[in-house]
Design a protein around this ligand. Structure first.
Ligand code: ATP
Length: 355
């Protein structure tokens, strides 16, 4: 377990919604977050994302399961395992930001941040200095005396981030924090989160229904549907080889690819044809790969879908090709691609990826 900063094991959350009615919002979810991760949790509204993530600091008590944060068991055997005072302390180590910034509108930006330090042992002067530093960190030093209503949505979210960081948390939970922002502000806030992740080593849980947000900053992703995590792992892996239909919907490029493949009626591949997904770093280019293959081996490959995705800052090319030839020729083609650092995955006629 070593480096896991958050360990959720077999978490269930059931709500009593009527006399004999319950809703199981989270079902048997197991999720490990490592220190320094930006873990994207995606899914449609009502999938259970917020409920799940609120169990991390026990704002939501699970019905069953075990929760360990920074090596300390917070919840197990259906009950809280630490004192309320200890839990209070833990919660300070887990900052949260939301879609609605929840700022105090009657007080200044600086006061909003200072408010989060009202229980700290720092002197008034130190509290003010620290708050100014936090505002500087989020790029709002010159707005300390402004009131929230005088700021744009993106700026208000920055104040909320400064406030969330006031107690030097190791973990930040972002629950749809960019959902109310326009695309430009969204990207700026995401970049700020990434920056804080790199500068402070902050571990971030990013709840969102926007795949673009996850693509931009996350290194891992979990996809939730009806209370269940249906797919999770390294972003690149999930992104390039989505196993579940819903995941394919979220990672648009792959959905387009699958639609193309279906429309080509894969069931009718000839006996001497095989379908491959090729994944390559952005600076190689699709066309020379195919032409190069033909020149070097005489084997023909037809390209049926191609796309370049940017994950983090890294462009990644994705290509679906049908290779036609004898088994030896197809093997030679795979070798040709692999020799050029291209990841090659065979796809069967059901659209299933095989390594
Ligand atoms: N306090 C509650 N009492 C009863 N049902 C609840 C409660 N909180 C959440 N639910 C239900 O649990 C399910 C999951 O809700 P949750 O808010 O976790 O989903 P979500 O994926 O975060 O969606 P959203 O982005 O819309 O918040 C929904 O069916 C919701 O109606």
């Amino acid at each position: 377990m070593g480096t896991n900063i958050i360990d959720l094991e077999h978490i269930d959350v059931t709500f009593q919604t009527g006399k004999n009615e319950t809703v199981q919002a989270v079902k048997d979810v197991t999720l490990q977050v490592e220190k320094g991760d930006i873990y994207g949790v995606v899914g449609y509204s009502g999938a259970g994302k917020s409920t799940l993530v609120r169990t991390i600091n026990l704002l939501q008590k699970p019905t069953a399961g075990k929760i360990t944060v920074e090596g300390e068991v917070l919840f197990a055997d259906h009950k809280q395992q630490i004192s309320n005072a200890k839990l209070q302390e833990k919660r300070r180590n887990i900052g949260m930001i939301f879609q609605h910034f929840n700022l105090l509108n009657e007080t200044t930006v600086l006061d909003n941040v200072m408010f989060a330090l009202k229980h700290s042992k720092l002197s008034d002067d130190e509290v003010e200095q620290k708050s100014l530093k936090l505002l500087d960190l989020v790029g709002l030093k010159d707005k300390a005396d402004a009131y929230p209503v005088q700021l744009s949505g993106g700026e208000q979210q920055r104040v909320a981030i400064a406030r969330a960081l006031a107690n030097d948390p190791e973990i930040l939970i972002s629950d749809e924090a960019t959902s109310a922002l326009d695309p430009r502000n969204t990207n700026q806030i995401l970049d700020l989160l990434k920056d804080l992740n790199e500068k402070l080593g902050l571990t971030i849980i990013l709840i969102t229904h926007e795949m673009d947000a996850v693509k931009r900053v996350a290194n891992k992703i979990a996809v939730m549907q009806h209370g269940v995590i249906i797919e999770k792992g390294e972003l690149r892996q999930v992104f390039l080889r989505p196993q579940q239909e819903l995941t394919r919907q979220f990672v648009g490029g792959s959905l387009a690819a699958m639609d193309t493949l279906r429309s080509m009626n894969l069931g009718t591949l000839d006996d001497d044809e095989e379908l491959y997904q090729l994944v390559y770093s952005g600076d190689s280019v699709a066309e020379p790969l195919i032409i190069g293959l033909y020149r070097a081996t005489g084997v023909e490959a037809s390209m049926i879908y191609g796309n370049v995705e940017v994950l983090g800052n890294v462009p990644i090319g994705m290509l679906f090709v049908i290779v036609k030839g004898t088994p030896d020729q197809r093997e030679a083609a795979v070798k040709f691609f692999k020799d050029r650092d291209v990841e090659v995955t065979k796809i069967d006629d059901r659209g299933i990826w095989h390594d």
